[in-house]
Design a protein around this ligand. Structure first.
Ligand SMILES: [Zn+2]
Length: 496
């Protein structure tokens, strides 16, 4: 019986976000220790995939260490890193497993390292030595590095954005592991890097260039001896020298082929980089377009205030527009504002409140909006994901209030206000709070692409809205200081 250590430590770091990501942020989202990791069984998550795949293989036995994850945000504190990686490192040292699998993101920046995952993988490798297999899943927003590739035997980024295949990738990792332990496979990997950063909206793998890139990767994966062709879009909003798009290719004992495919994928993508230019509609135009659609729900994506990319989730640009332009049957899910949640809880359901909503974290996401609203619902904010992403996993918004906010034309806009920042990419977020998206004309989500998984099939139309914020699609708005230059699309010499 081979003993497989299972751990995880995930964060996508937006270095432009002011608030550091501390231990409490991980604790709020979920730290699971030892047997608690079994709670992922059956959930469509990479950790669920690891547990289910190991338990489905009679030759394997899990050694459960620790998994943790936090909502994307500012740089991860050294204290959080040490408290969340020490149980993994000490567990591996103590248990001496036959292999290690990790759930990683790939774009974690810590107070001590631009390459949080590379650092962790190198620490694990130093403990287990060169011969014990070490494999990991990555989020394709990874800013992948040579250190990560050199430290791990194989890295499996998700193939999809929205990320709906983490479970399947984890199964692939365990299948490869089984072959490695049987002496039937010897993975070798190569990394190719492009001097390119992109806005998340163009990385949607359901259409356009991103879809074509993935199809090319899948074609290579059908070749004999090719284990995995991973595409990492990178995470542009991390201002580090390692930020950018990469391809990580794993073959069975054929390093030259891995190198050739990685270089081919990079060159093919580079030739087409002009198609990565994003577009989105101005706020007022988007709202007017939604209001004139005959049928809803029209989904407006507040792409620049997507907390899934580390933003405050309290941007008010679309709220202001809906109130001002007289939109009806509109719902916003969500705005994070713990002060307003407290006011709503103190007032109670059915009561009227007057306060300022949103725009309180910084001056990049609109202003606090003075509102008069009726408290329509109050909950503790727990829900279960309907999918297709994280299906079956539990989520927590913090305490939550649904407000019916009065617009200036007597119109009412329904706003879900939460204590925690939360990317609404699952309809269960709204339904659990008594908001049925199918009954709405306009549904606003603070999400760039993930919402397409659940809301794509529901929506009569999707409009990406060019809101202000820390995930703005125009990368030239950001004051990058540490990127490796030149880089597309910021530097003129990279544009032709
Ligand atoms: Zn991602």
């Amino acid at each position: 019986m081979a003993r497989i250590a299972v751990g995880g430590f995930s964060h996508e770091t937006n270095t432009f976000a002011r608030k550091p990501t501390d231990f409490a942020e991980f604790a709020a989202e979920g730290i699971r220790s030892g047997a608690e990791i079994l709670a992922f069984r059956g959930t469509k998550t990479p950790a669920g995939g690891f547990v289910d795949a190991i338990e489905a293989n009679p030759g394997l036995e899990p050694v459960l260490l620790m998994t943790s994850n936090a909502i994307p945000g500012g740089v991860v504190t050294a204290d959080a890193v040490h408290r969340l990686t020490t149980p993994i490192l000490e567990g591996i040292e103590r248990e001496k497993p036959d292999a290690v699998v990790l759930v990683l993101h790939g774009a974690m920046v810590t107070e001590e390292s631009d390459d949080g995952e590379g650092t962790l993988l190198a620490q694990v490798r130093a403990i287990i030595g060169p011969d014990v297999p070490l494999l990991a899943t990555l989020d394709p927003h990874a800013n992948c590095t040579e250190l990560m590739v050199a430290s791990a035997d194989a890295l499996f980024p998700f193939d999809t954005y929205p990320h709906i295949d983490g479970y399947e990738r984890a199964f692939e990792v365990v299948a490869l592991l089984g072959r490695m332990l049987a002496g039937e496979a010897k993975p070798t990997a190569a990394l190719a890097r492009l001097p390119l950063i992109s806005a998340t909206v163009v990385e949607y793998t359901g259409a356009g260039l991103a879809k074509e890139i993935m199809e090319r990767a899948f074609a290579f994966e059908h070749e004999a001896g090719v284990i995995n062709v991973g595409v990492n879009w990178g995470f542009a909003y991390a201002d580090t020298p390692i930020t950018g798009m990469t391809f990580v290719v794993t073959t069975d004992n054929d390093p030259e082929r891995a190198r050739a495919i990685a270089d081919d994928m990079a060159a093919w993508t580079w030739e087409r980089r002009g198609r990565f230019v994003p577009s989105a509609m101005p706020v007022d135009e988007a709202i007017k377009a939604a209001m004139t659609e005959p049928l809803g729900p029209v989904v407006l994506a507040d792409v620049a205030d997507n907390p899934g990319g580390g933003t405050p989730c309290d941007g008010t640009a679309i709220l202001w527009g809906l109130l001002d332009l007289g939109a009806t049957d509109a719902a916003i899910g969500s705005i994070a504002d713990p002060e307003v949640v407290e006011i709503a809880f103190n007032a109670g359901i059915g009561k009227e409140i007057s306060c300022e909503l949103g725009g309180k974290t910084d001056d990049l996401h609109g202003y606090p909006i003075p509102i008069v609203a009726e408290v329509a619902n109050l909950t503790e904010g727990h829900f279960v994901y309907e999918g297709p992403m994280r299906t079956g996993h539990t989520g927590w918004l913090g305490r939550a209030a649904v407000l019916h906010v009065l617009g200036r034309h007597g119109n009412v806009v329904e706003v879900l206000v939460t204590e925690r920042r939360f990317q609404t990419f699952d309809a269960a977020v709204l339904r659990s709070q008594g908001i049925e998206p199918l009954d709405k004309k306009i549904v606003v989500v603070k999400s760039s692409v993930h919402f397409r998984g659940a809301f794509g099939p529901l929506a009569t139309r999707i409009i990406e809205v060019d809101t202000p914020g820390l995930l703005a699609i125009d990368l030239t708005r950001f004051d990058f200081k540490r990127l490796t230059r030149p880089i597309w699309p910021l530097d003129a010499e990279m544009r032709d």
